[in-house]
Design a protein around this ligand. Structure first.
Ligand code: SF4
Length: 291
């Protein structure tokens, strides 16, 4: 399993910037973050490891300003000879809950095509936007095609008990999981899972087993779809385990686990996928670890 380096820095988000270039360990290069919430956090989760800090300014989001800042940051990176790996919607909340999300996505896609056509377009999401039918449909469409949106979908828990600790959300666990399964059956997704301790305790054994079972089930969706449609077919494309690497305002509720724990969970998942009776699953879904 691959192990990657430095930690990104995105503190300028709390100062109201809409586009923030960061070195992203998960993108393995320069990522242009897009922040749809410059003056307040808007999220359906309240993760104890959340890195959103108190805000320092009150100006709301503006599509025009986002476009201007994106052009400027891409141009600056190009002048410095730095390759932009992706343009990534994340930052200060759940991007798909913003009323500007789809307009901003269209706009970023057009700017990407003109300025950095090789860069990926990425959405980091907790998946709760999928409970809205229009968002589900819109993301499904955006995720298809050769220059499609890459959807990095949070899946921090396999049991309701751990979900309650990790998400502290009013969104029912069962409903969210069934919607994620439905979405993975029609669109490609990257699964991203935060592994941390809560009040000093790592995920219990039953949680680790349940999460693994859920991912194997989701991988089965990919295998069945792949046999029909080929490249970048629906289902899990890759899996990212990541650890708590940066401070969060609610420290010390969530704390980092030893890198060895993350490696063990990744190795256990790999073995579980290899035991699958479905040959397409056994052919390996990339698993990456970012302690
Ligand atoms: S989903 Fe993201 S923005 Fe929302 S609370 Fe969790 S870490 Fe913070």
């Amino acid at each position: 399993m691959e192990r990657l380096g430095p930690i990104e820095n995105h503190r300028s988000r709390e100062e109201g910037v809409l586009v923030y270039p960061v070195y992203s360990r998960r993108s393995q290069g320069l990522s242009m973050g897009i922040n749809l919430f410059p003056n307040h956090k808007l999220c359906s989760f309240d993760c104890p490891y959340c890195e959103v800090f108190p805000f320092k300014q009150a100006a709301p989001f503006s599509l025009e300003l986002m476009e201007k800042q994106l052009h400027a940051e891409l141009s600056r990176a190009q002048k410095q000879g730095i390759r932009v790996k992706d343009i990534c919607f994340s930052g200060n909340g759940e991007p798909s809950l913003s009323p500007y999300f789809f307009a901003a996505l269209d706009s970023a896609g057009r700017i990407r095509d003109g300025a950095v056509p090789d860069a990926a377009l990425v959405l980091i999401t907790n998946g709760t936007g999928l409970l809205n039918h229009q968002t589900f449909q819109g993301l499904g469409q955006a995720a298809s095609g050769p220059k499609a949106l890459h959807i990095w979908l949070k899946l921090d828990a396999g049991t309701e008990a751990w979900y309650t600790l990790m998400a502290r959300s009013s969104v029912p666990f069962a409903r969210l999981i069934s919607t994620i399964k439905e979405f993975a059956a029609c669109a490609p997704v990257t699964i991203q899972t935060m592994l941390c301790a809560i009040q000093g305790k790592p995920p219990p054994q039953e949680e680790a087993r349940a999460w693994e079972g859920l991912v194997v089930e989701l991988a089965g969706i990919r295998a069945r779809a792949a046999s029909r449609t080929g490249e970048r077919s629906p289902g899990i494309q890759d899996i990212q385990f990541y650890g708590k690497a940066r401070p969060a305002p609610e420290d010390p509720l969530a704390t980092a686990l030893a890198p060895a724990y993350l490696e063990e969970r990744a190795a256990s998942l790999k073995a579980a996928l290899e035991r699958s009776p479905l040959p397409q699953i056994r052919k390996a879904i990339p698993i990456r670890v970012f302690p």
